[in-house]
Design a protein around this ligand. Sequence first.
Ligand code: IMP
Ligand code: MG
Length: 172
Amino acid sequence: MLFTKGSIKKTVKTLGSVLTKKYKDKEVIVLSLLDGSFVFAADLVRQIKGDVDVRFLKIKSYEGTESSGSLVVARDFDFRQLDNKHVLIVDDILDTGLTLNTLCKQIRNETEILSLATCVLLDKQVNRTNNFEADYVGFKVQNEFVVGYGLDYNGKYRNLPFIGVLKEKVYR
Ligand code: IMP
Ligand code: MG
């Protein structure tokens, strides 16, 4: 057990009130990265008071417990839907930074947005392969493979209401 249901709830609430202030009187698109962020995003958007438009983007970079080093973005997502909007990307965890770094570059290149920010529940920090930092972070974590609250190991454990460290014997 790393973060209990209660401590996650508290942190999400805090993030929500910070984001409520940031986007006050603004229309924001919350772009939730699938699959991992669906639980976090569902709770987070309910803590943001104001005009929130929620969209989803399917992305994949992980195989098992390792980053694959390349990013696959769903082809049917039209980035121009973000034009003239404030965009907040929400992801479950920031690890190597590949996902958010690549995606933010692509959004900046292919769209004309009003602003771009990123919010992650967890930040692993140690494996970063670029200098990407998220604007809003729930918790910092050590270099351990974590599951629960949307985070998976090969599709499993997303339904746990807490976040825990996966025992090595499960994947070694
Ligand atoms: P990055 O592109 O390396 O920053 O990795 C981000 C993605 O890797 C996240 O959206 C997660 O889906 C996945 N990921 C990274 N670390 C973990 C972990 O400890 N548990 C589950 N998924 C992880
Ligand atoms: Mg993910």
